[in-house]
Design a binder for this molecule. Structure first.
Ligand code: ADP
Ligand code: NG1
Ligand code: MG
Length: 416
């Protein structure tokens, strides 16, 4: 949401935080902001680690959000960033020449690099040379960072929206979501677009069924009126850009998909790296694709040599064209487990959606939804191996009370 300062009314959401940010902005820059931006975090109800395979997901927006106060300054070309949380350092750069260089390992990228992703994403969508305009920006965020609730994408998406508005670029919400999804990859992770899509396309009072293939589409899903969703923090944090875990899973999925595509004799198997594309290319059902993966991937573990043999390519080709900078070391691939998770989880999303649509007010409905959520966690824990002992503990306690619970986001968080 974008609010010019003259429309800052009393009934606007987050009014107190906006007032505090307004005061902070003035104390930092000794001037008034031109506009405010609000972008929510999200909780994904079901459909985990499948967006980057092209399959639909079912998230909803949270109240927790990133707020920005922004003033443009046409008389210079500097970006100046301040964060109301003193833990995050001030930042200034020249918008005519900046780059997003990433740390080699260890801690994740500095917070302002997520903002730069959004700026870069918009700049890339402006054709030809254009004058750079300075921007003063103050940020206030209360999405718990590195916890699976999409604080990173709320931050990147807020930067995209702020930059597009500052530069008077007219883009619709779907375009903004797609640009934000693409440019967040400059932070080093190969995400799928769920977080940025819900950031822009969420509607109050419902979840969204978000499709990516063949193009971005969001439809509202009415959840049962007698259902409660609780988001609990396991307190285990992971910065997705600080380790290669996230990208390793993406690479395993892409590799599995390419191997199936090659086995099926598709000449362009290199380009068919998302299961959703493979499925429409074959023209089969999810169940049929699952049976194919089950049949073709019989090993628990594939070595690098196994993969090279299956694809009939050289080590150099594999490194250059199929791996990411932080997955070059990979020499073991759990193709079977990752493929089965993706295809079964995708089926659960469709079943969850149709259960909500068909009998949303029957008591049996809640039990069914709860079961899907429980199965999703079990799959993420055992097949996708992205859970955490603290999370499993919370899920196990919930089970004792007959409540379906699962992690949400890339890992390390909980929902029921
Ligand atoms: P998430 O699951 O929350 O998206 P990520 O690992 O993708 O986790 O991104 C977390 C990173 O996003 C943080 O380490 C920080 O760099 C940045 N971030 C999130 N919220 C804020 C904030 N309020 N202020 C500054 N940076 C933030
Ligand atoms: P989080 O954990 O919020 O960073 C990540 C990806 C999503 C999706 C989920 C797993 C990004 C920006 N986000 O979310 O696209 O793949 O993990 O379902 O990469
Ligand atoms: Mg993130």
């Amino acid at each position: 949401m974008l609010v010019p300062i003259h429309k800052l009314t009393e009934d606007i959401p987050c009014k107190q935080r906006l007032d505090d940010l307004h005061t902070y902005f003035k104390s930092q820059f000794e001037t008034e902001p031109d506009f405010f931006i609000r972008v929510p975090g999200r909780v994904n109800i079901i459909g985990e680690h499948i967006d980057y395979c092209g399959y639909p997901v079912l998230p909803m927006a949270l109240d927790q959000c990133i707020l920005l106060a922004v003033k443009t300054n046409p008389s210079d070309h500097f970006l100046q960033l301040r964060n109301i949380n003193p833990k995050f350092e001030n930042y200034k750069c020249d918008l005519t020449s900046f780059n997003i260089d990433l740390p080699q390992s260890g801690t994740g990228p500095e917070w302002y690099k997520y903002f730069l992703c959004g700026v870069k994403g918009v700049f890339e969508n402006i054709t030809g040379e254009f004058p750079k305009i300075g921007m003063y920006v103050a940020l206030s965020g209360n999405v718990p960072p590195a916890s699976g609730l999409s604080s990173s994408s709320a931050l990147v998406s807020s930067a995209t929206l702020a930059t597009a508005y500052a530069y008077n670029i007219s883009l619709d919400k779907k375009n903004l979501a797609s640009i934000s999804a693409q440019c967040e990859r400059y932070i080093g992770t190969q995400g799928g677009g769920m977080d940025q899509a819900i950031a822009y396309l969420a509607k109050k009072g419902c979840a969204k069924f978000i499709e990516f293939h063949p193009e971005l589409q969001a439809s509202s899903i009415q959840l049962p009126s007698n259902a409660f969703f609780v988001v609990a923090n396991s307190l285990a944090e992971i910065n997705k850009a600080a380790t290669s875990d996230f990208n390793q899973r993406v690479v395993e999925c892409r590799t599995a998909c390419r191997i199936l595509s090659k086995k099926l004799g598709f000449n362009n198997w290199r380009e068919v790296f998302r299961f959703a594309s493979l499925q429409s290319r074959i023209g089969c059902s999810l169940e049929e694709l699952e049976r194919l993966a089950d049949k073709e991937f019989s090993k628990e573990n594939y070595t690098r040599a196994d993969v090279l043999k299956e694809l009939d390519i050289s080590d150099q080709d594999f490194n250059d064209n199929f791996l990411t900078p932080n997955t070059l070391h990979m020499d073991s691939f759990k193709l079977r487990q990752r493929a089965l998770h993706v295809l079964q989880e995708s089926l659960r999303v469709w079943n969850f959606k149709s259960t909500c649509e068909v009998n949303s007010n029957e008591s049996s409905c809640l039990q069914k939804l709860s079961d899907f959520i429980g199965q999703s966690h079990s799959s993420l824990r055992h097949l996708y191996e992205c859970s955490h002992p603290s999370l499993d503990y919370l899920v196990d306690i919930s089970k004792e009370f007959g409540i379906g619970a699962r992690l949400t986001g890339a890992g390390y968080y909980l929902l029921f």
